[in-house]
Unconditional design. Structure first.
Length: 248
């Protein structure tokens, strides 16, 4: 019985199925796989290249276009650098020309002012031509005082002219008296200070005229009200003449 059951299991309906296959060597199988893979890659590349051609795009053309763009950018950068150099050179030249123009303008203005002052002096001297037998005298002309940009600093100007007979030089000295107000108190400042009357800038020696110009300093919190100039002749303790003007 057991023997019959064994035969039925092997050769009966319930026996396992057996497949008969032809034996293929391994190198043939690999050759087929490689061939199929190469065909697939070739088909894919052909499809890709056909698509690029159909769309008008090729890698070689793209590389050539990119190279041309790089060359164009390099040329433009070189042109920009050259233009920047030219612009910097032009700016420097313009700055030099502007400075030169400014210097010329200042010189012209200064010369015009000097010319106007000389014309005024000439007109003034013509009115003071000496008359026969007239005694010599000193006249104060164009006396002014005004503030400078520095706090507490003032500049004064005046012109001394001799009239009449001028056989010898007038010799003497200047003295200024500054009247100012500080903290609601009236104060007086003498220039030059006591004991410095022989200071060179205050000495006078001229035959026809002498232009006087200088500065003095007052306390920054003081208000200069007026300035008086006194003219002393050598050998005299009393002023020969004096004139007072208000500060502007």
């Amino acid at each position: 019985m057991a023997f019959l059951r064994t035969l039925k299991q092997r050769f009966g309906i319930a026996a396992p199925r057996v497949a008969v296959r032809t034996h293929v060597p391994w190198y043939w199988r690999w050759l087929v796989i490689v061939t199929v893979g190469a065909l697939a890659v070739g088909a894919g590349w052909t499809t890709y290249d056909s698509g690029m051609m159909f769309s008008g795009f090729r890698q070689s053309d793209a590389d050539r276009a990119l190279a041309e763009l790089n060359q164009t950018i390099a040329r433009q950068e070189q042109d920009i650098a050259e233009l920047r150099t030219r612009a910097a050179r032009a700016e420097r030249q313009l700055a030099i020309e502007s400075a030169t123009y400014g210097d010329l303008a200042r010189q012209m203005k200064s010369l015009a002012e000097q010319n106007a002052a000389l014309k005024e002096d000439l007109a003034f001297f013509q009115t003071l031509m000496p008359a026969g037998g007239r005694d010599s005298a000193v006249v104060i002309n164009r006396f002014s005082v005004h503030k400078e940009l520095i706090p507490g600093e003032y500049r004064y100007r005046l012109l001394l002219v001799r009239t009449g007979q001028r056989e010898k030089d007038f010799q003497g000295r200047l003295q200024f008296v500054v009247n100012l107000s500080q903290n609601e108190k009236a104060l007086t400042l003498t220039l030059p200070p006591e004991g410095e009357g022989d200071a060179k800038e205050f000495q006078l020696r001229f035959r026809f005229f002498q232009r006087i110009e200088g500065t003095f300093k007052a306390p920054p919190d003081a208000d200069v009200k007026s300035l008086q100039v006194r003219i002393f002749e050598n050998g005299s303790k009393a002023p020969k003449l004096a004139q007072t003007i208000n500060a502007s």
